[in-house]
Write a protein that binds this ligand. Structure first.
Ligand code: AMP
Ligand code: MG
Length: 400
């Protein structure tokens, strides 16, 4: 049996990054930047006011206080979006709005709240230092600066920055298209009545959602019966239109598992037994240069194996540099024991208080009990054979 880390490393070593493409910035959310982005202009492009108030000559503001106010003449009103015309001399001020261009001669802004104005006169009750309340040309980003590097995940703030830099398109790694096929004669599509012995196909929906959450496009290819010809046809068709294929079910030691036979025909597929609970049986390999992930059929195993193996692989394909979610220590709120010879990823509720994380399991942990995941917001990792008492710490991880 392989450890989780060994299996994951072997898998990741075979994954290659997809080609890049140019996309409109609003389509780039959740994708990964494939270029270094430099500033073609200064941000902000001109000195401007950080406040609504009065642009003044700071030399007029020395020792100004409530007891010793100063009176200045208002020579201009400057609105955001317009260029000032006056040159501010000592004894004068310009009424100025937030974001409006600083007028020549002025070197500070007094906020409106400490002033009283009447007609063309303003009385100021608090002094300011030179440069106070002024935003300088290029103070956010200077022309020529490297602003964002290749490999960066694009979030809303990156999209706002592209727009600031007048970039309507950026080069990104292509989002992986990932096909999903469920296998099993017992699976019944939604909406149809359940005949004796049948169950709902939940994995396909869960996997498609996990694919989307990883920033990829799911392609739902439906259900393949436990029939070799049908399964082979579906798998080949699915692989044709996608960058990767995920199958669900049939990789264990069951009698009617045609999945293993078919996967072996498609390419170099390894059937791994990974020393983990849930999710011991898995298949992984490459066909036509595309990764194929054979997930176990048990619903919990399917979601957990995706989280620990498929997600990092898809992230790598999509150009991400951060592949794994961070782990941290959490204090156990109950006694936990794992009598198995495999590390256990127990579905848990993780909370934080007083600067510490705490974890308790979500109850019965059978690999068919999907509800254990619905109640959970993360895992705790319990080593093989370990019994850990309440109050001790364990390794924990949040999940999507
Ligand atoms: P298998 O890995 O095909 O032997 O299936 C293991 C268990 O998972 C069985 O109880 C199956 O009925 C169940 N199972 C397989 N595929 C799915 C699926 N798509 N949705 C929900 N349960 C499934
Ligand atoms: Mg099956």
């Amino acid at each position: 049996m392989l450890t989780v880390e060994e299996a994951r490393q072997r898998m990741l070593d075979t994954i290659t990054v997809l080609p890049t493409e140019a996309v409109g910035i609003l389509d780039s959310l959740g994708m990964v930047l494939a270029e270094d982005v430099y500033a073609c202009e200064n941000i902000p492009p001109f000195h401007n006011s950080a406040m609504d108030g009065f642009a003044v000559v700071a030399a007029d503001m020395v020792d100004v206080s409530k007891a010793r106010p100063v009176r200045l003449s208002i020579v201009e009103t400057i609105q955001a979006g317009y260029a000032p015309t006056a040159n501010i001399q000592r004894g004068n001020a310009a009424r100025i709005m937030t974001g409006a261009m600083m007028p020549e001669g002025a070197d500070a802004v007094v906020m409106k709240e400490v002033t009283e104005s009447e007609g063309e006169q303003v009385t100021i009750f608090e002094g300011v230092d030179p440069d106070e309340n002024v935003r300088f040309t290029g103070e956010s980003v200077k022309q020529g600066d490297l602003v964002m590097s290749q490999g960066k995940l694009i979030r809303p703030q990156e999209i706002a920055m592209f727009a600031s830099l007048n970039r309507s398109e950026v080069e990104v790694y292509r989002r992986p298209k990932v096909a999903v096929v469920s296998t099993g004669d017992e699976l019944t599509p939604l909406g149809e009545p359940l005949a004796a012995g049948k169950i709902r196909d939940s994995n396909r929906y869960g996997i498609c959602a996990q694919i989307e959450e990883a920033g990829c496009y799911p392609i739902d290819m439906g259900i393949a019966r436990d029939d070799e010809a049908e399964t082979e046809h579906k798998f080949r068709k699915a692989l044709e239109g996608a960058d990767a294929l995920i199958t669900s079910g049939g990789v264990s030691v069951g009698e009617f598992d045609v999945v293993k036979t078919v996967l072996s025909k498609l390419g170099e597929i390894n059937f791994w037994r990974v020393a983990m609970k849930p999710g011991k049986p898995q298949a992984y390999g490459i066909a036509d240069g595309k990764p194929i992930f054979g997930l176990p059929g048990n619903p919990v195993s399917s979601l957990v194996v995706f989280e620990l193996f498929v997600r990092p692989a898809l992230l790598k394909m999509g150009g991400h540099s951060e592949l794994l979610r961070p782990t941290f220590k959490a204090v156990l709120e109950e006694d936990v024991s794992n009598r198995d010879g495999r590390v256990s990823f127990m579905r848990s509720v993780i909370t934080s208080r007083d600067g510490k994380y705490y974890a308790k399991t979500t109850g019965p942990q059978g690999s068919g009990i999907l509800h254990s995941l619905v109640l959970a917001n993360g895992f705790i990792v319990i080593p093989a054979g370990a019994t850990i008492a309440a109050g001790e710490t364990v390794e924990a991880q949040l999940m999507g």
